[in-house]
Design a protein around this ligand. Structure first.
Ligand SMILES: [Zn+2]
Length: 276
């Protein structure tokens, strides 16, 4: 419900419920300092730093946080007790639902945008019974803020649209001694069509994607990932990693900009439909 699954050509379209019920794929390590832990539905990412772990999103609920995220981290040699920071991309339960579990087993600070903290404190835009309850407000991050833990800095990009306070993240990953600038897009689907401010939201989405294109070019972003597998196919890319000559997560700057162009043009088309 937080997202709308895109249809895959030739495949039956699976609903979020179907995707949540599928057995979780194995966790994986696209880069030396970046791990994927997730389901076919929603993803969490762990960045290993010299001073502990930054976790991006926590999946739907405590059960998934324990049995998919924490268990997956242990399989990859990461101790969930080392999580120092949790960055939540936006205020939908498939991203914050497991925060409570990590607050019990570690002492992470929880960071998200002020707008989405406020939405979670007042009225949730979406909710489902199998999502964990919203965490209590902790730290708000703003556009351009740099979150540093040990040797690693994550740049926060406010990319409103999917929610009013969706954040996307920029950081550097490493493999075989090579650095790759990475953008994690924090909220993709236009699932705000019933909101009274849907036109402003869509305009914000247009502005966010067009600004992100400039940033991707300036910073030579060559890895573009998501918090839902349906958008970045992280699970399929991980499966290909052992046999592929090149890391399938490194798509290059042009492909990153093209992906943002597609998102921007989908928003333009939706704007035309909503305002006609
Ligand atoms: Zn969402």
């Amino acid at each position: 419900m937080g997202e709308v699954a895109a249809p895959t050509p030739g495949a039956p379209q699976l609903s979020p419920d179907d995707l949540m019920r599928l057995p979780a794929p194995p966790p994986g390590q696209p880069f030396d300092n970046l791990s994927f832990i997730g389901s076919k539905w929603v993803s969490a990412w762990a960045i290993r730093t010299s001073e502990g772990i930054i976790l991006i999103d926590t999946m739907d609920n405590d059960n998934e946080a324990e049995h998919i995220v924490a268990a997956g981290m242990r399989k990859l040699g990461l101790d969930p007790a080392d999580i120092k920071i949790i960055l939540v991309t936006h205020g939908h339960g498939d991203h914050y639902g497991g925060v409570g579990f990590f607050k019990r087993i570690a002492s992470p600070k929880v960071l998200m945008s002020d707008a989405d903290w406020t939405m979670m404190e007042t009225k949730l835009e979406f909710d489902r019974p199998d999502w964990g309850r919203p965490p209590r407000r902790e730290i708000s991050v703003t556009d351009g803020q740099q979150i540093t833990l040990g040797d690693t800095t994550v740049d926060v990009l406010l990319t409103p649209g999917h929610t009013k306070g969706t954040i996307s993240l920029l950081f550097t990953v490493r493999q075989n001694g090579q650095d790759h600038r990475t953008m994690l897009w924090g909220g993709t689907a236009f699932n705000f069509g019933q909101q009274p401010d849907r036109i402003q939201r869509l305009q914000a989405y247009l502005d966010s994607t067009s600004r992100a294109q400039d940033i991707a070019r300036q910073q030579q972003v060559d890895v573009f990932i998501s918090n839902h597998n349906v958008f970045d196919e992280a699970v399929q890319k991980l499966e290909k990693m052992s046999s592929a000559a090149r890391n399938p997560f490194v798509i290059g700057t042009e492909a990153t900009v093209r992906a943002l162009t597609v998102m921007n043009e989908c928003a333009q088309a939706t704007m035309a439909a909503w305002t006609s």
